[in-house]
Design a protein around this ligand. Sequence first.
Ligand SMILES: [Zn+2]
Length: 503
Amino acid sequence: MKEQQPQRGFDAPPASRASDTSLLASLPQETETAPASTIQADLEHAMRGWGADRRAILGRLENATPEEKAEVRGNARLMERLRRELGARRFQTALELLGGQEQGGGQQGGQQGGQQGGQQGGQQGGGQEQGGGQQGGQSEGPQGGQSEGPQGAGAGQADAEAAQVIARRTQWDQVITTSDDLAQVQEAFSGYWNLQLTNSGQNTNFTVDLLRRIHQTLKGLPDQDTRAGVWRRLNLIDGGGGTWDVTTGSVNLGGAAGSLPNQQYGNRSVDWLSAVVRHEIGHAVDSALGGVQGFKQSVGGWSPTDIDIDAWAAQMGNGWTGQGGSPTADERREITTQIRAMMSRTRASFNGIPLETDTAAEHPIRRYLNAGVPVIDIARECLSAGGHFYGRTQAIKEFNGKCFAINPYYARFQYCSPTVRNTILRTYQLFSADEFFAEVYTVFYDGYDPQAGGQPGQHLPVDSWKSWMLQNVHNRGAAPDQAAQQGLTNPTIGIHAGRDSGS
Ligand SMILES: [Zn+2]
């Protein structure tokens, strides 16, 4: 479960434009590239930033000319964005203001799904039965809402397809939240989230309750992190933790996570299942964004993953210098060899190992054991906790404005900023820069509801973490060129795989 997997490139970068790219991937290209018209620009302006100005959106729609309304209805991409920004209830209002065929598409499709979902389940989603869109168009509004908008047949087709997608999702959602038939719920879940569901565990199975809870958790994340191909498979495994497998694009989730108690994140008690799901998706987002070194190294002050012991010691100022004596170059080599040997012996153990284990009385490690040499003191403390060094925050000592540890699991010498060590969400954030990002991501979206609007990050205690996450993760679709350049460089460093998130 805790095997480190070889690093491999992740071949599916996220949607670089708006987050709904995947949802509308099959729609005609012109919906993405058509120049912004007046009403489109107005609506986009109202939807910009951290929270949509819903009053402005609805006000603009209310005052739109019939031609403008038809234009909005004919722009599937814009419609989908409105649906996301406004939430279900206000989107209905918007549809009423717009008149025309979209109204039937959203409303009737949804209601049909609600009534029939229990019996017919996910199979219904594939067909043509979302003709509700066309029906509504004929009966509503003086303009009739013909599918031929000002942009012509292409936009009309896009409109119909978007209405279908929305209606299908509404039906799947009904099945997931109301059906007790596991096979139906699995199929609907798979369709709704555009994911493959697999089970590689020996002693675990999907249940309706588990899928329903995961469904709710995923709804608390933006589409760009759930349905855009950042990860493509939800795989059930044994145990109560999770891993991210970059090679297969799989979030591996321990089936027992659903029955474990809440965990403390800072001063909040957080549902463990939802935390594991978000944590592993955080890893997937990390991979998709190319390693988020701007966050790990610039914001979190983390070391590069490949520094050696001398570079590490140099960052301390005088890492090899003790009050009671300083080892010579030869002695440093012997000490380094011993530290590395003990790292590999204790690796993932709870118990740890004394640094001087199996050394002769004259070994330099013993001579300098109590000489106050920072390198030796830190190694000794961390090794005594083994692979669980991160839980012993006092072992992670500060020198020269950085906090130093050795990670036996990865056989790494590492450091982070004092802020990272002192502002604990969960001590697991001290395990590595990757885990730090995943834990921050977990808390960033804790309590967030995309439908309700507002901005995520309310429970993140450090402003610089929050603002970086907002700009580079949450709003990355809004300004792709900027997001691509800010701290998302170095695509080959720091991509990791398969780390266990468990306790
Ligand atoms: Zn992790």
